[in-house]
Design a protein around this ligand. Structure first.
Ligand SMILES: [Zn+2]
Ligand SMILES: [Zn+2]
Length: 443
């Protein structure tokens, strides 16, 4: 770690004493310092990233992944507790009196096959919900983990810059919208200090080196959709003797979109997507039932309630039209929208803007969902932001009608590791320093 000592020492004093003449963090110089340190840390982070990418683990099975992170954090001097919320871990580093700042990464990958063709692509499989499936880090949680370890290293190298406690948590099962809850129920904020401020980042299909953020709503509310249409099976040649659940499921998938186009206010955000239909075995057998599985996204509770009512009515109407029994309907609530805290964003914004310039931008709320909202609901003022993953040339080509950019959850999602992780480490380190600085000044 090469650090401009006199500069850092004087800034550390200012953080402590809040000296008005030098009260602001020198973000541009700090960014440079972080990037120099990152350069020497990177070979290890690259190896860690590629190892985690090649050997992903699915929700609540992330034992080896968690063990790798635990080893990294112990080597840095963090006190690590494993198996918090099944496979989660909590790493604490105390550096004098001061606030507790939390940084969260996810641990889990997705049940799908990777098709990137990368040298370090995953070929691993796991048993998930009773079936064997490929597993892939196609949401980029491996980028988050490498950035998380890199941020911890950088903050320790800069420990004369801040005083207080770092609380680095690695959370299982984000994709299941269950891991944050599991950690909280396992005493995350009672067995360990409750953080004064929290941060998390997510990667996305835009240019690496860029950071996007928002004040207020940072992600959507998610509700699961699980509808079982109950029919009466029989021979495909004699449909008059059956009640065809495949017909009901098909009609529902089409008709439910009219809830979006005709019932929901068109100026409000709301999405229904059906991701899976399970029914039947052979072409000449009309099955007994059909299961439709989907996801419902919204920002506002009143929009969500309207959508849920419309979905339920459509499912019941489809069954009534077929003279079938009422369907089984589950529209369970998953994550709520992440609300970014204006004061936390306010202080991080100044530092990140000074460091990243026009590569740091406010954007409209993201339509993805995040169970990070559980920590916000538990009372941790937070900032959730996004980092880009693709080369600028590739992004420009996509904008000009070239091949589209594979997004998160695509089998082709392939972040460019080094610049992406560098942005993650730099932005997260600066955000954490801004929070220590803000609290030291009593804001
Ligand atoms: Zn995801
Ligand atoms: Zn994700």
């Amino acid at each position: 770690m090469r650090v401009a000592k006199p500069l850092l020492a004087s800034m550390a004093m200012c953080v402590l004493l809040a000296c008005p003449a030098h009260a602001e963090l020198d973000a541009a110089r700090l960014k440079q310092t972080i990037e120099t340190s990152f350069e020497s840390d990177y070979p290890k982070l690259d190896a860690l990233y590629k190892d985690i990418h090649a050997h992903p683990e699915i929700a609540f099975q992330e034992e080896k992944t968690a063990a790798k992170l635990a080893a990294e954090m112990r080597a840095l001097g963090f006190e690590v507790t494993e198996k918090v919320g099944k496979t989660g871990l909590v790493a604490i580093y105390k550096n004098g009196a001061g606030p507790t700042i939390m940084v969260r990464t996810e641990l889990d990958a997705l049940p799908m096959e990777e098709k990137t063709g990368l040298a370090y692509a995953s070929h691993d499989k796991a048993i998930w919900r009773g079936r064997e499936t490929f597993v892939t880090h196609s949401c980029g949680h491996d980028i988050h983990m490498a950035s998380w370890v890199g941020t911890a290293k950088t903050l320790l190298a800069l420990k004369d810059q801040w005083h207080g406690t770092l609380m680095f948590i690695a959370q299982p099962a984000e994709e299941e919208v269950a891991g944050a809850k599991a950690m909280l129920e396992d005493g995350l904020f009672t067995r360990f200090p409750k953080p004064d401020v929290g941060f998390a980042l997510h990667d996305g299909a835009f240019t690496h080196g860029y950071v996007s953020y928002r004040v207020g709503i940072g992600s959507s509310t998610v509700n699961g959709l699980l509808i079982k249409f109950r029919g009466r099976g029989g021979h495909g040649s004699a449909p008059q003797t059956t009640i065809d659940p495949v017909m009901m499921a098909s009609r529902f998938v089409v008709d439910v979109q009219s809830v979006i186009s005709r019932e929901k206010d068109p100026t409000e955000f709301g999405v229904i997507s059906i991701g899976a239909i399970h029914s039947g075995t052979a072409g000449n057998i009309i099955p007994d039932d059909a299961l439709v599985v989907g996801t419902i996204r919204s920002f506002k509770p009143q929009v969500r309630d309207k959508m849920l009512a419309g979905i339920e009515r459509t499912a019941k109407a489809v069954a009534a039209m077929a003279d079938a029994p009422a369907p089984e309907i589950e529209l369970g609530e998953g994550a709520k929208a992440v609300m970014n805290d204006p004061a936390v964003v306010g202080s991080a914004e100044k530092v990140l803007k000074a460091a990243f310039g026009d590569k740091f931008n406010a954007t409209p709320p993201g339509t993805a969902s995040e169970d990070y909202s559980e920590y916000v609901s538990a009372g941790v003022p937070s900032m959730f932001f996004n980092i880009g993953v693709y080369d600028p040339e590739r992004v420009a080509a996509a904008r000009n009608g070239g091949p589209p950019l594979p997004g998160n959850h695509s089998p082709l999602f392939a972040p460019v590791p080094k610049p992406t992780i560098q942005t993650g480490v730099t932005a997260m380190t600066l955000a954490v320093l801004s929070a220590f600085d803000q609290r030291a000044k009593g804001q």
